[in-house]
Every structure is written in C-alpha cells, then in structure tokens.
Design a protein around this ligand. Structure first.
Ligand code: SPD
Length: 350
C-alpha cells in the first residue's frame, strides 16, 4: 500500500515539475515571426534591425516563384506569419479566404504609402495587403556585346543570341511574353491561346542559356550572358554596378510590358499575427524602407522613404521608368495556371 502511495506521489511530483518547466519555458521563449518571402527582397539589415527593436526573432524562408509559395502555403503544415505575394496571388488568396484582414488604421506608418499604390483592383481598400515594392519585367541588354537595337521579346529571340540569354525561371512570366508577342491579352489563358504560344515558346527555350529568378544579374556580371528578361530590380542593380548606365541598358518590351505589385499579407491562422503587424509597421518607417530601396532598388511605394533616396537612385531608369508607360498587371487565372505549368513542363523536357 505504502509503495503504491509513494509511486503515486512520485508521479504527481514529476507531472507538476514538467508543468512548471513548460510554463517557465513558454514565459522565457523568445517571440518569433515566421516570414516567407521572395529571395533577394528583404535585406538582412532590416531583419536584424527589427529583431533588435522588438526582441522578436525572425525566421526567414525564401521562394522564387509565387506558385511555389502558394503550393507550400496551401499544403498547410508550415505556419507562416507573413508572406509576400504578387497582386494576382493576393487576389486568389482573398477569393479563397486564405488571408487575415489587416487593420491599416492600426499601422502608424501606413500613411507613408503612395495613394497610387493603394486601393488597386486585386485588393480594394487594402483590407488584406500592404504594398512592399512595385516593379516591371523587362529586357537587359549588354550593349558592349549586343550592337543592334533590342526593342522587344522578338529581338531577344531572333536567333542571333542563342545561349547568351538568361530568363526568369517562371512559367507564367514566359508564357505572358509569348502572348504579348502575339498581341493577345496576358491574362487570357485559354486552351486556344496557349496552343498559339506553344511553338513560340518552344523556339525561345532552345535559345535560353539559363533560367534564374533569384539573381540573373550575376550571370551578366560574370559575362555568362548578354541579354536577359528579368525583374526591374535586377536591372537597376546592373545599372548601378555600371555607375549609372554604361553598358547595361533596361528596355520595356515594345510588345507590351507588365508591372507587378508585391505586398505583405498575413495568412489565415498565422500564429503570430501581432508580430506580423509590428513587422509591417516597421518596414513602413521611411528610414527602414530606404534601406530596402538601397539593396533592392524596385519602385518604392513609400513616398516618405522616396524623399530620403539619393538623386541617382531616383534617376535609375529601371527603378523609376520615365513617363507613364502603359503597363498591364497579372490577374488571378484560377485553374488555368495548371495548364501553363503543364505546357511548360512538356516544353522544358524536350
Ligand atoms: N528577388 C525579388 C523578386 C520579386 C519579384 N516579384 C515579382 C513577381 C511577378 N510575377
């Protein structure tokens, strides 16, 4: 009897101790933020600054296409607090009720944003997204090597630059260039239109030397390629590397160029929503946003931060295109995204 009592007492003591230990651990555990973002888009210094200011530890995971991010997010399992989708993915996630609402009135620094970057079609009223950076997709030409004038996609793939071309490793992007070449709307992904793009894309892929959505600029700097279709921020860095121009030129394709708007969003069920809100407010501070522009010179939608940029940053033609070029934006295309991937997988394997 006494042995049983002793065993019971020991059991209770162990349980109590483990409860105390786990409570203490919960109290001392560092608050965290799980950030799932594009590669080469969030400067390390910004992460460190946020951690220092708030005591929140940021776990960063990267992706290089919206589609990869979406697949991972929707598969569940991993619990992200913040994601960084482009406009058409924001639109899709809103439709699928996969985003937490964002109360912009609770973000002290939201007022710094350019009204022109707000209230766009994909998220009227910015109920679920806060713009991060805006950019275009265009052509980089190494004019020291390519002597003829390159105006559009057709010039890049005219056959003379075989295996001297880098393109984004992004199926929807590549198909949209072929649609533009045909004069078709970039969001009209029907079986008929895809069939029209197929032979064009097939011809193009034979000429591509490398697919790279992370850092295509590196291939230019190493001299591996002379032409590329890349994000504008990459082109802007090449322009800077060449001291304000020189040999690398950025061209918005004559067949039609498009603009992307990448935003911060909080996925449904995010475990650390408060930390996510703090991060959004932090990156909206002008002096923090300025650091993002320094490392990744896309078009900064933060007007107060833009006031802090140097003249040469604002004069970078890839970051801030002159005039008001007509630019389309991607829209949610639902299941047709799978048709693009199917066609591209087939073509890439040939
Ligand atoms: N390295 C950051 C690249 C961000 C590009 N996002 C735009 C996607 C448009 N489809």
């Amino acid at each position: 009897m006494q042995t049983r009592r002793r065993a019971l007492a020991a059991l209770i003591t162990t349980a109590a101790m483990s409860l105390i230990a786990s409570t203490a651990q919960a109290q001392t555990a560092k608050p965290v933020l799980n950030l799932f973002c594009w590669s080469e888009y969030v400067p390390e210094g910004v992460i460190k600054g946020f951690e220092k200011e708030t005591g929140i530890k940021v776990n960063v995971e990267n992706y290089d296409t919206n589609e990869k991010m979406l697949a991972k997010l929707l598969a569940g399992g991993a619990k992200y607090d913040l994601i960084q989708p482009s406009e058409y993915v924001v639109e899709s996630l809103i439709k699928q009720a996969q985003l937490e609402p964002i109360d912009s009135a609770a973000l002290e620094n939201f007022k710094n944003l350019d009204p022109k970057s707000l209230n766009l079609e994909h998220d009227p009223g910015n109920k679920f997204s806060v713009p991060w950076m805006i950019g275009t997709v265009g052509i980089v030409v190494n004019t020291a090597k390519v002597k003829e004038e390159i105006k559009g996609y057709a010039d890049v793939f005219n056959g003379k630059y075989k295996k001297r071309i880098v393109v984004l490793d992004d199926n929807r992007e590549i198909v949209s260039w072929a649609l533009a070449t045909l004069g078709l709307p970039i969001n009209d992904i029907t079986a008929e239109n895809l069939a029209k793009t197929k032979p064009i894309v097939k011809g193009w892929l034979k000429q591509v030397k490398a697919y790279d959505s992370d850092s295509p600029k590196t291939k230019f700097l190493k001299g591996d390629v002379d032409l590329g279709i890349v994000w504008s921020g990459e082109a802007a860095l090449l322009w800077e590397a060449n001291k304000g121009g020189g040999k690398f030129k950025y061209v918005l394709p004559a067949e039609g160029a498009h603009q992307f708007v990448d935003s911060l969003c909080i996925p449904k069920g995010a475990p650390h929503k408060d930390a996510a809100m703090k991060f959004i407010n932090y990156i909206l501070k002008p002096d923090v946003s300025k650091l993002i522009s320094k490392d990744f010179p896309y078009t900064n939608p933060n007007l107060e931060a833009r006031k802090l940029l140097k003249k040469e940053q604002l004069e970078n033609p890839a970051s801030y295109p002159a005039g008001e070029p007509k630019l389309d934006r991607f829209k949610d295309i639902g299941k047709a995204a799978r048709d693009i991937d199917k066609m591209m997988t087939d073509l890439r394997s040939q």
